[in-house]
Design a protein around this ligand. Structure first.
Ligand code: SF4
Length: 417
């Protein structure tokens, strides 16, 4: 089994790794290197590799990454705004949502969210990422009003907001047609949307995770409509719960087909399932989250199957921890995601864990694997290339997992997506 910290596999040239692979695996990898789109069967072979075949998969994915996007590793300085944790949907995999009467339920006021956005910009953020729970009595125009309030104060801030689930909820509440509702969001200042709430794009798997969640058809409809209106989105997949390798492959091939048609996805973000505080795991309905083996396969497989159609593969450091994130950045991924400033405040207030990495810490981590850090905009336009280390660069105190299964040390649960 590959260990992320082990330098052994990281130093093997891709040609040598490919030569040591079994013919069944080497064949599809050679096709991928030649730029050919792989299909379901080939994807399935690659999704179940072990040993030398896994090393070959990872090394070839890394080589394709180099050819598609080069050696830079990008990140965005942003802040997460989770405006409420009250939610009626009841996804079994979510450790974030609360009932309205729960003692730790919250709903931040619009003034607070605007103030947090202003603070983020003062600290260097170029983006706020807004998502929340779905409270029963939410006004369908809330999402629009929040955008207007933020944009009135910060017209140049990139607002990346509202999952397809939230947008579907807004449509339900207002009874407006989807396209009209999304145009209204765009006119109010929406710049892009997170492609969350995708989980696994398979209705059977979705039923077991969350029967109340939007269906595959609805997720696709929201994303296609957004892209058609010139609103780009990310794309995601949650893995490490009940799904099988065939679901990863189908999910990736579906995203590839949508992207060929719309060109609207900026990146793909695999999201490892964080199990410990979820009903799904506690009731025995899922395995114990993602393993390092799965992390490497999923990131490498996505690079190979998406084959440059979606050029950016992002690691979710909040889910993976730093060590594993760096390993995946050597297995096909090229983006470190965002600094997620939100929790810097609770960290400053003495919390054990925060969901925050400073830009200098990102850059120091990136240099440990010999790559070049770059700050980017949400759109992946490069804002600054850091060719050389500077005084702000230092490794974060904990290089290994910020997640710990010990409840007292666990971070505040993030959005379950
Ligand atoms: S994942 Fe989102 S929709 Fe599902 S319960 Fe959690 S907050 Fe609600």
């Amino acid at each position: 089994m590959l260990k992320p910290a082990s330098l052994e596999w990281r130093q093997i040239p891709w040609e040598r790794a490919l030569a040591a692979a079994s013919p069944d695996v080497a064949g599809p990898l050679e096709k991928a290197l030649a730029g050919t789109d792989l299909g379901m069967e080939e994807g399935l072979v690659l999704a179940t590799v072990e040993g030398n075949d896994l090393v070959a998969l990872v090394k070839v994915a890394d080589e394709i990454r180099r050819r598609v996007v080069g050696d830079r590793i990008t990140y965005v300085v942003n802040r997460n705004l989770n405006f409420t944790n009250v939610c009626i949907v009841g996804c079994a995999f979510c450790g974030f949502s609360r009932g309205p009467d729960s003692p730790d339920a919250y709903f931040h006021s619009t003034d607070t969210l605007v103030a947090k956005s202003v603070e983020a910009v003062e600290l260097g953020a170029t983006e706020v990422c807004i998502q929340g729970g779905l409270p029963k009595d939410l006004d369908g125009y809330y999402y629009v009003e929040l955008l207007r309030a933020i944009k009135a104060r910060l017209p140049d801030l990139h607002v990346h907001a509202y999952s397809p689930m939230e947008i579907t909820y807004g449509v339900e509440k207002t009874r407006l047609p989807l396209r009209e509702y999304m145009q209204m969001l765009k006119d109010a200042g929406l710049n892009s949307i997170p492609g969350t709430a995708a989980e696994i794009l398979d209705d059977q798997v979705r039923r077991s995770l969350s029967p109340n969640k939007l269906k595959v058809r609805q997720w696709i409809e929201v994303v296609r409509t957004a892209h058609g209106l010139g609103i780009p989105s990310t794309s995601t997949m949650m893995y490490g719960h009940t799904e099988l390798p065939e679901h990863w492959v189908r999910h990736l091939l579906l995203l590839r087909e949508i992207q060929k048609e719309t060109h609207g996805f900026t990146e793909f973000v695999p999201l490892g399932f964080i199990h410990s505080q979820t009903k799904l795991f506690q009731k025995g309905g899922a395995r114990a989250g993602h393993s390092v083996h799965e992390d490497l396969i999923v990131h490498a497989l996505s690079r190979i199957l998406l084959n440059g159609y979606i050029p950016n593969i992002q690691v979710s450091w909040v889910k993976l921890g730093f060590e594993d994130s760096l390993a995946c950045l050597e297995a096909g991924a090229n983006d470190f995601g965002g600094t997620l400033m939100e929790e810097s405040i609770s960290k400053a207030a003495g919390a054990n864990f925060g969901e925050y990495v400073s830009p200098g810490e990102f850059r120091a981590l990136i240099r440990t694997i010999g790559r070049i850090p770059c700050e980017r905009a949400t759109s992946y336009q490069i804002r600054k290339v850091f060719e050389h280390a500077d005084a702000e660069e230092r490794l974060p105190p904990e290089r290994i997992p910020i997640f710990d299964s010990t409840p007292s040390q666990a971070p505040a649960p993030s959005m379950g997506y």
